[in-house]
Write a protein that binds this ligand. Structure first.
Ligand code: DX5
Ligand code: ZN
Length: 222
């Protein structure tokens, strides 16, 4: 039974990023949200900050690109040597070609869909991806409430993955805490992004453990 907990540094203290990364050293990866104030109405950071994060942590980097020009930028992030690059389906007309480019560079390729985007058009191409991110809030900001109405998309993706015998990770992002993680795990998620619930805890490592336990006990993924 393997579930993954990826804290989102969007909820970290940006003035002490090195120390914040230390607090989550027991996580499976660090989730890094890149926003361009165009795809979403918020702006975070770009290449120089990501390069520095790579230098100071041993955790794999799970990049979540909430940007418009993914065809240009996703391969650039992959070239840095990050573990995984997830881009939004809504931001490209040819997700399969982009996924192939990312995998060719050596990164895991992830496809993200916003709460209002149906999953059906993408089910047949899941084999081209290492991860599907079903957003459980409208992308752009941390600290929002989990949207349970996105769960049928996870169930559909889990079913399709099972049918095609795919080894794809199903990620959820937004409003994940010790309660909602159980709902998402039951729907088939195995990879959980948590921002405020981890960085807002006094004991971030304890919170990671708790989330992992809750997810494992509700997961139906072998
Ligand atoms: C939102 C980001 C998330 C965000 C999650 O657009 O993609 O990764 O940091 O934050 P929480 O866990 O606070 O909802
Ligand atoms: Zn994210």
């Amino acid at each position: 039974m393997s579930v993954r907990i990826n804290p989102s540094i969007l909820a970290a203290d940006f003035a002490s990023l090195g120390a914040e990364l230390e607090r989550i050293s027991s996580a499976d990866a660090v989730h890094v949200d890149v926003m361009d104030n165009h795809f979403v109405p918020n702006l975070t950071f770009g290449l120089p900050v990501v390069e520095r994060i790579l230098e100071v942590t041993r955790l794999p980097l799970d990049m979540h690109l909430m940007i418009t020009d993914v065809d240009r930028w996703a391969p650039v992030f992959a070239e840095l040597g990050v573990f995984s690059v997830t881009f939004h389906a809504e931001a490209t007309t040819d997700p399969v070609s982009l996924a192939r480019r990312l995998r060719g560079i050596g990164a895991r390729a992830g496809l993200a869909i916003k709460p209002g985007t149906p999953v059906e058009p993408y089910l047949d191409m899941l084999g081209e991806f290492d991860q599907l991110l079903v957003m459980t809030v409208e992308p752009g900001f941390g600290g929002q409430s989990f949207m349970p109405e996105t769960m049928p998309k996870l169930l559909a993706a889990r079913e399709a993955a099972k049918r095609a015998e795919l080894d794809i990770w199903l990620q959820v992002d937004g409003g994940i805490n010790e309660q909602t993680i159980e709902v998402a795990a039951r729907a088939g998620a195995d990879t959980f992004v948590a921002g405020s619930s981890v960085f807002g805890a006094n004991d971030a490592a304890g919170q990671i453990d708790l989330l992992r336990q809750r997810a494992s006990s509700h997961s139906h993924v072998a």
